[in-house]
Design a protein around this ligand. Structure first.
Ligand code: PGA
Length: 320
């Protein structure tokens, strides 16, 4: 059998006529004249060698062969649309901008995620804003960024929040603290010591407070410090104990003068999430970063966090 050679244009006209049941309406939709539509349909029928459309009452409808052609044409259009999408995504990844906002604790692992992304997409300019949770929530309210990296997405906004990695929060003490000598400490004993805590608005502080409350305990603040590093140095200097993300620790906490304490009910098991406003159309650059987050999430390095593993990639809605 000789190959049929309809043009893409003829198939588009045919699909419109079959869908709308009328040459006139197809002509209107495609901004063509009615005679042009008739000529195209005659030529298509001649190419196929069989009638494709017939008149039923006042409607134009596909014949049995026309129905089969309609299915084939729609399948081709779908494949073509997928190809066009690929082209536009590839072009969009050659040049563009990725605006990321991350809570301060994410700065410990985000560069490791960004490095392969930046190497793969040298034309994408990355802008990274690092603030505490409250500030990132305000940015989400204003929809200022493509993606936010955080642990506790707010409940009051319609968001898509994709977990991509575990975030265990561990108790830290100075390496020579009695609590660091082994044996398990109760959560109540830890709380009774009073903690070095981050500023109000910090997600780490919020998660710690919530965890203690769930166990009927109150957060006693010994000192408030404005960064994870300040807390680590203060703990090492013997100013008190703290609860921080295991991601803030280097490969050997003892070299930083720190010990991860074995406390009942700890670590607090949380997850890092890639978050954006629901309904936001993500740029190709943002979509590629979401995919990279899913695929290349590093694990926290601290020994106590050895159990931490990349979370099952799942799409959850934080709130309706
Ligand atoms: P933060 O980060 O304590 O720096 O705010 C933790 C979070 O909110 O995920």
């Amino acid at each position: 059998m000789t190959a049929l050679r309809p043009t893409l244009h003829q198939l588009r006209v045919f699909e419109a006529v079959a869908r709308l049941g009328s040459y006139t309406r197809a002509a209107e939709e495609l901004h063509l004249t009615q005679p042009t539509v008739s000529v195209q349909m005659r030529e298509l029928a001649a190419t196929v060698g069989l009638p494709l459309l017939e008149t039923r009452g006042r409607q134009t409808a596909p014949t049995t062969v026309g129905e089969a052609l309609l299915a084939a044409a729609r399948g081709m259009f779908d494949h073509w649309a997928a190809f066009e999408m690929l082209v536009s995504q590839t072009r969009g990844l050659q040049r563009g901008r990725l605006r990321l906002a991350a809570v301060t604790t994410a700065e410990y692992f985000l560069p490791a995620l960004l490095a392969p992304y930046a190497r793969a997409h040298p034309g994408i300019e990355v802008q990274l804003v690092v603030e505490n949770r409250d500030a990132i929530v305000r940015r989400l309210e204003l929809d200022q960024d493509d993606l936010a990296v955080m642990m506790l997405p707010p409940e009051h906004l319609p968001l898509e929040a994709q977990p991509f990695m575990d975030n265990p929060l561990v108790a830290l003490g100075p390496a020579d603290h009695p609590f660091a000598r082994g044996g398990r400490i109760t959560l109540a004993a830890l709380a009774a010591e009073g903690l070095l805590v981050r500023e109000r608005g910090s997600g780490t502080r919020m998660a710690t407070e919530e965890h203690l409350e769930r166990h009927g305990l109150r957060l006693r603040t010994r000192m408030e410090l404005g960064s994870n590093e300040a807390i680590k140095h203060a703990v090492a200097a013997g100013l008190g104990l703290a609860v921080l993300s295991a991601h803030t620790l280097g490969p050997d906490p003892s070299r930083e003068g720190l010990a991860v304490l074995q406390v009942e009910g700890l670590p607090i098991r949380r997850e890092w999430r890639l978050v954006h406003r629901a309904g936001r159309v993500l740029s190709p650059a943002a979509q590629a970063f979401l995919a990279a987050g899913r695929a290349a999430a590093p694990s926290p390095r601290a020994p106590a966090a050895a159990a931490a593993r990349p979370a099952r990639p799942a799409r959850v809605r934080s709130s309706p």
